[in-house]
Design a protein around this ligand. Structure first.
Ligand code: HEM
Length: 290
């Protein structure tokens, strides 16, 4: 690779090869969990280090994938186009932590192929994790200009919509594993559902309709509350009414349902204030290269 190509594709430069402070800051944020985990490993912070690291890499994989999904609604809501430069970096960071997670899992299973294949077909959460990982890998490999050129932008966009089923499969994997502290997984599920709903509205040109955005947030919030109660019932046999009532108890922390409803309300208010969301233009640095 030539020096010029290295400068253009370095994670801290924009497409014109200029230093982008926003990209540099995001790159450091992407690296931070890795540094933190290495430090935890060195200081023996985990009672069971391998298990602790498998969980933590999985947590960060899901967080970065969710963040990469937030970019499109954020661009529409703020009319600020520069975050599009971060989408690929956030998605690839999600893929990086997923592969680290998988690598640690393989080490933990001592690369015992028989055991690994048995788990793949025997445990639903492992099958879901594998399918999601394969989709993320294919998307990661095609997530570059060459991929867009080869597939054509319409087909590339269609193919990259697979990120949503892959994110849902990852959440299935996580829900089956977590069982007790479902807080983060539930917020992430509500968020992914909202982003999918936003995409469906966008495909019909309705992304800027405040009433629909509000209905979307409230609808997903309510379904999420019922889903959470059903899940706790299945996992712990706890009374569904208790879980539903807990949504009105604000002494401990704000329940996931309120985050999703507030997100819908915020998007609806922004759409009302801006009189709809127009399709954002790509940033100038992207146009320059296009
Ligand atoms: C080949 C694919 C995958 C395999 C084999 C796999 C395997 C595992 C295993 C064995 C655990 C349990 C660790 C333990 O507590 O002992 C785990 C946890 C976890 N995985 Fe995966 N995983 C895969 C893909 C994914 C993907 C794609 C994501 C998300 C993007 C993910 C997110 C998580 C999370 C968040 C946890 C922690 C759950 C908890 O807090 O208990 N995994 N994974």
């Amino acid at each position: 690779m030539t020096r010029a190509a290295l400068i253009t594709y370095a994670p801290w430069t924009d497409r014109a090869g200029r230093l982008s402070w926003m990209k540099l800051a995001t790159f450091l944020v992407c690296l931070a969990p890795l540094v933190w985990m290495a430090w935890e490993w060195r200081t023996a912070a985990y009672p069971n280090p391998m298990r602790g690291l498998i969980r933590e890499t999985g947590d960060w994989a899901m967080r970065f994938i969710a963040l990469s999904l937030a970019i499109t609604p954020l661009r529409y809501a703020t009319r600020w186009n520069r975050p599009v430069l971060l989408r690929r970096m956030l998605g690839l960071t999600g893929l990086f932590y997923t592969l680290l997670h998988l690598g640690l899992y393989l080490v933990d299973r001592k690369f015992n192929l028989q055991w690994i294949v048995l788990e793949l077909f025997w445990r639903i959460y492992i099958s879901a994790g594998w399918v999601a990982t394969i989709i993320f890998v294919i998307m990661g490999v095609t997530s570059n200009d060459q991929g867009i050129r080869k597939l054509g932008s319409a087909r590339w966009n269609q193919w990259h919509a697979w990120v949503y089923p892959a994110a849902l499969l990852s959440l299935l994997h996580i829900f089956i594993l977590v069982r007790l502290d479902l807080y983060e997984a539930t917020v992430t599920l509500g968020f992914v559902a909202f982003v999918i709903g936003f995409r469906l509205l966008r495909s019909r040109g309705l992304q800027g309709d405040p009433a629909r955005l509000l209905k979307l947030g409230v609808g997903i919030g309510l379904v999420l509350a019922i889903f959470e109660a059903l899940f706790y019932r299945w996992a712990t046999r706890v009374d569904m009414m208790l879980v539903l009532k807990a949504n009105f108890d604000f002494t401990y922390r704000v329940r996931p349902v309120w985050w999703i409803i507030s997100g819908g309300l915020l998007m609806a208010c922004l759409a009302f204030w801006r009189r709809g969301f127009k399709r954002p233009e790509p940033p100038r640095s992207l146009q320059a290269k296009a």
